[in-house]
Design a protein around this ligand. Structure first.
Ligand code: MV4
Length: 449
């Protein structure tokens, strides 16, 4: 195991990694920006190092500053957390060239999964279902029209370099296709400097189900079951649960095996996720792979009794996985609510500022992953997620009751949060029955207008 690592991230995930490291006896160096210099969680790391000003581009996204900090602090490895540089192949490559382990998959895997069209091709080659669509990148609207003619409308145009909902455009007919293509191409060029586009049949109101994978450097690849991440708004997930309440055991079995097969075929190492969409008939399609630790990893930890961050550290330090697939058991249901400092009743406007009251819930089955506290001032420079409330119970109904109790106890004042929205979700009869898809939140907001 490593004796010392650098954490190139902030907030709740930096603290989550600090905690895993302390349990393992790994000493931590927390990299922080000037906006975070007074954050309490920094005290829980063994050492701290400033990597630049508040702007992410000059701190948490600055490869140069982070590598310099790692060199000065003489660490053996860097944990990138999620977001920022977590899936940046150049960053991983530069870590390696400085003899610093990157706690994540290989450079080649990062490149491959970063190209969503390549990932789709690999899935198809491995007979994992993908949404009907183009077999090659689509160069112009003439080609696009040809593909759309074959698969039928509606279609979705996706940027190969996109993902997570960025660089996508839907077209319902030939008329709107040309414009959608043009806009998607412009966006892809501007946002990713890569204008590669491909087309798929657009699946309306799918459910979003993703499989958690662990893969070591010794040929072992296992899955830890799936999570439902359909409760989201504009591609920002809000609530996740494990297991998915609306798929059959055979679908579950298929997607979990498919994810293991895909992980093997891309030479996956470390923790990772393979994302599927499931339509109303229960058809499932691979859409993309996520080569990082994810925000919602705790729901999988709770139902499987694992610690995914510790597993990442063990894998990166070349230890073989001790957990065998046959020993992985999913017990009960876990649900996570992302607590965002946003005003859900006002278009999710960010609500930075001082937290004047903070009382976190507790009791049986409740886990809080947060870095904030009473008196903490939320900097305006980063995303709005201030923490996660996770519950775990023997059944889904009990998990919902536990979440209602926890939301009822949660007191945050000084900033607006997404808690009131969640109180509505957990009393919604369709949600309680497990009958929801990626359109759920939009519908809920529409109904309450
Ligand atoms: C789709 C789709 C429908 N049809 N692809 C959005 C995020 C990115 N990972 C892929 N996404 C989608 N791809 C086809 N062919 C619908 C979505 C989608 C979605 C997927 C997962 C979670 C939430 C979503 C919300 C809207 C659209």
């Amino acid at each position: 195991m490593f004796s010392r690592i650098l954490i190139a991230n902030r907030g709740e995930i930096a603290l989550r990694i600090i905690r895993a490291c302390r349990d393992l006896g790994v000493s931590t160096v927390a990299a922080y920006s000037q906006a975070d210099r007074n954050a309490t969680y920094l005290k829980f790391a063994d050492e701290r190092v400033c990597i630049g000003p508040a702007q992410s581009a000059e701190s948490y996204l600055s490869i140069q500053n982070i590598i310099s900090a790692a060199e000065i602090k003489n660490v053996q490895a860097i944990h990138p957390g999620y977001g920022f540089l977590a899936e940046n192949p150049s960053f991983a490559e530069i870590c390696h060239s400085h003899k610093i382990a990157f706690i994540g998959p290989t450079v080649d895997t990062l490149k491959l999964l970063g190209d969503k069209f390549q990932a789709r091709k690999i899935a198809r080659d491995n007979r994992v279902p993908v949404v009907p669509g183009s077999d090659s990148l689509v160069r112009d609207e003439v080609e696009a029209r040809k593909v759309a003619g074959n698969i039928g409308y509606p279609v979705i145009i996706k940027a190969a370099a996109g993902g997570g909902g960025r660089g996508m455009r839907i077209a319902h007919n030939d008329m709107s296709l040309a414009n959608a293509f043009f806009v998607a191409q412009g966006e892809a060029k501007a946002a990713f400097k890569d204008e590669g586009l491909y087309i798929e049949k657009y699946i309306e109101r799918p459910r979003h189900v993703e499989v958690q994978i662990l893969a070591d450097h010794h040929g072992s690849v296992i899955h830890l079951g799936e999570r439902d991440c359909s409760i989201q708004r504009r591609h920002q997930k809000l609530i996740e649960e494990a297991p998915c309440p609306s798929i059959s055991d055979s679908t579950r079995d298929y997607i979990c095996r498919a994810a293991v097969k895909l992980a093997r075929s891309v030479g996956y190492r470390n923790a990772g996720t393979f994302e599927f969409i499931v339509d109303r008939k229960g058809n499932y399609y691979f859409i993309e792979g996520n080569a990082r630790l994810q925000v919602e990893h705790p729901v999988t930890e709770m139902v499987t009794g694992t610690d995914i961050v510790k597993e990442q550290l063990r894998i990166a330090s070349d230890e073989p996985l001790r957990l065998k697939q046959k020993k992985v058991k999913v017990q009960g249901t876990a649900i996570e609510c992302r607590i965002n400092a946003e005003d859900a009743s006002n278009g999710f406007a960010p609500s930075a500022g001082a937290i004047t009251k903070f009382h976190a819930p507790g009791g049986p089955g409740v886990r809080i992953d947060t870095y904030v506290h009473h008196g903490y001032e939320i900097p305006p420079n980063y995303d709005a997620m201030i923490g996660k409330l996770i519950v775990h119970q023997a059944s889904r109904d009990e998990a919902i009751a536990c979440m209602r109790r926890a939301l009822h106890e949660f007191e945050i004042e000084g900033v607006k949060t997404t808690i009131p929205l969640y109180q509505r979700v957990f009393t919604d009869s369709a949600f309680v029955k497990g009958e929801f898809d990626t359109g759920f939140i939009e519908d809920l907001l529409e109904r309450n207008r």
